[in-house]
Design a protein around this ligand. Structure first.
Ligand code: NAP
Length: 368
């Protein structure tokens, strides 16, 4: 199989390539590197089949590929996808961007949850496979054991989403904002008390000139942003809208699960956290729910609901860079019957973006 990679230089693409090399995916296909901005330049990787980078808008070159993994963004997908198939291309389009997720021709991929749907889709001729929204994928990985048993009636996810979800430049801006905060502190005289320093920091944060904020438009470091993505409907963000529609498309069941909550950007680097309120269909003991969560999939790391374990193992700092999905703070809520809380953390560049893409390629290779 000839595999074209578009977007390998970006944040999701770099993590994807790292994982594909680690899992020796290129032993099963021949990788070609495409670019939207550096065509003709030397390929930086000796594992690529092309010595010079191919033009990602050259349809003849794209049509040579049996599959494309595209982590370039929705703009690219919108420019190329339709025309490529119109020209008679028969290959597989595997995409990280949201543009095609709710399209009838696509399957949203998260194979620990929906491998059967993916395999059926491959066998029935589906060619478009799209990674899900990062919070949706991470949430489903976390509560897999409950969803599998059809125990979930509805979910309210309250998210704490990392800067990386907004792209590389936004992540860099968060770090610059943190630096700006620290500089204010170091400029303060040693005799100044902490509230005087805080006052100066807040003063700086409230100024566009003094505080870097061209990407987010507002401070994130030292603050948070309770709106992610565009407006889907009055008062509803697109990120919040995705939760229910994507969850139910991934699960592909007749009876849908209600999912609705608030999505919030916080000053973490690459892990998304979520506080989930779950309404289950049965009155289960906490130990039963714990057992089912642990049985969900091999990546779930159950964290005991204690202060020590929660602070040590249920945090972006402890989870970042790995495939583990930490699940903890499980307790029965007192407000109504069958209600439970869960807190979960996962690396959004891995299970939230890159990992499902490389895994669907392996499924395509094995099912073909
Ligand atoms: P990104 O880091 O901004 O990269 C996208 C493209 O920008 C690269 O492929 C590269 O294309 C170009 N680029 C220009 N200057 C660059 C530089 N200095 N370094 C690296 N690349 C540069 O985008 P991304 O965050 O990976 O997101 C890609 C897609 O995945 C988007 O549709 C996004 O919505 C989706 N997604 C992202 C996340 C996430 O966590 N960020 C999660 C799930 C899905 P050329 O080589 O062609 O110039």
């Amino acid at each position: 199989m000839k595999l074209g990679l578009v977007g390998w230089r970006g944040m999701v693409g770099s993590v994807l390539v790292e994982r594909m090399l680690a899992e020796k995916d290129f032993d099963h296909c021949t990788p070609f590197l495409f670019t939207t901005s550096q065509a003709g330049q030397a390929s930086p990787y000796e594992w690529a089949a092309n010595d010079t980078l191919l033009d990602a808008y050259d349809f003849n070159a794209l049509m040579e590929m049996d599959a494309l993994i595209v982590t370039q963004g929705s703009d690219y997908t919108q420019k190329v996808y339709e025309d490529l198939y119109q020209k008679g291309w028969q290959g597989y389009w595997i995409d990280a961007a949201s543009h095609l997720r709710m399209d009838n021709r696509s399957e949203i991929v998260l194979d620990p949850i929906n491998a059967n749907l993916i395999k059926d889709a491959i066998l029935s001729g589906t060619k478009t496979f799209v990674g899900g929204n990062c919070t949706v994928s991470l949430m489903l990985m976390a509560i897999d054991g409950l969803v599998r048993r059809d125990l979930v009636e509805w979910i309210i996810p309250m998210t704490y989403q990392a800067a990386s979800g907004a792209g590389a430049k936004s992540m860099a801006e968060l770090i610059n904002q943190m630096g700006s905060i620290y500089q204010t502190k170091t400029q303060a005289s040693p005799s100044e008390n902490i509230l005087a320093i805080e006052k100066q920091i807040t003063h700086n944060m409230q100024s566009e000139e003094r505080f870097p904020q061209s990407e987010f438009g507002v401070p994130l470091g030292g603050s948070l942003i309770p709106w992610i993505d565009s407006v889907k409907a009055p008062g509803l963000s697109k990120e919040e809208w995705k939760a229910e529609v994507e969850t139910n498309k991934i699960l592909g069941r007749e009876a849908s699960i209600g999912v609705d909550g608030l999505c919030v950007r916080v000053g973490t680097l690459r892990c998304h956290s979520q506080a989930l309120t779950l309404k289950l269909k049965e009155d289960l003991s906490v130990s039963e729910v714990e057992e089912y969560l642990k049985e969900g999939n091999e990546w779930v790391r159950y964290v005991e609901n204690s202060p020590e374990a929660s602070k040590k193992y249920l945090t972006p700092a402890s989870i970042s860079g790995g495939l583990d999905i930490a699940v903890g703070r499980l307790r029965k809520l007192s407000v109504a019957p069958n209600m439970y809380s869960i807190f979960t953390v996962g690396d959004q560049l891995l299970w939230g973006a890159a990992e499902p893409l490389r895994r669907v390629l392996r499924l395509v290779l094995s099912e073909k």
